[in-house]
Design a protein around this ligand. Sequence first.
Ligand code: SF4
Ligand code: MG
Length: 315
Amino acid sequence: LEKVSRRYPIGNTVFGSRKSLTAVDQVSLEVKKGQTTGVVGESGCGKSTTGRLALGLEQADSGHVLFEGKELAASGTREWRLRRQRMQLVYQDTLAALDRRMTVGDLIAEPLVIHEIGDRPSRRQRVLDLLQAVGLGEHHRALYPHQLSGGQRQRVVLARALAPSPSLLVCDEPVSALDVSVQAQIVNLLVDLQQDLGLGILFISHDLRVVRHVSDRIVVMYLGQVVEDGRADAVIDQPLHPYTQALVSAMPRLPGGFDHYLPLPGEPPSPTERPSGCPFHPRCDRAKDICRQTPPELLTLGPERRVACHLVSNP
Ligand code: SF4
Ligand code: MG
């Protein structure tokens, strides 16, 4: 993504008011082949929209969305379909995501049918291979979604996504609905699959602990903007933005007890009431006068490090 923005109209258009809220504001990020870029932030920060923009499921109002070096084609065209096949979405709510009247085997084969990949016998073999790849067995093929555990359903969702041999996976909170021990299994499976298949992954989560585990690069979003990014170890070991620092300090070091933490005092402000200056200033204990007036620029600190905070740009 290059400086991609997405606005939604809000309010009562009947009376002609043309307000809009900016869900994603000038976001640039990159997923390299065989690597994972993690996007972390609280709910409403625009991370899911960012994922949908990357996939071409939503159109950007401005900026460029490039895939394998080329701008995404207009939706519905043959080229768009071919490229959509190479980018797949893995999302969270697996019971809603899977048609409960279909067997696991049919669910995994469906994308192959839709994209007209292979014939019946080869699809059948592909389903078996995919089941094995995600750690399920042949006997799961005839089962229905409600007969599976949450972790098994997430494996089916993953197998479905992998069926058309994508080069990019966008995973939106892929493990948030699962127990912590199952989360670890699925996350480790993703890491293994990535290594075997050379996938690029955009991994979206509110949970920095999970993001850290899977990501080569981490992008921190706040109210639709990138506030910091960099190599995962650099962002975790030396967070520069006070928001990232708060997320890191709230990250439990010990297993257990991290199901649902509130990393910061107060709610994230609503995108409809965007604060002046630095959007984080109402919650930042180091806010200065300039923070209330002037938005900090996203400063490039090196080839792989950016941060948007006056503490860094105007110390
Ligand atoms: Fe805090 Fe100011 Fe930095 Fe924003 S710019 S994060 S308010 S110190
Ligand atoms: Mg979301």
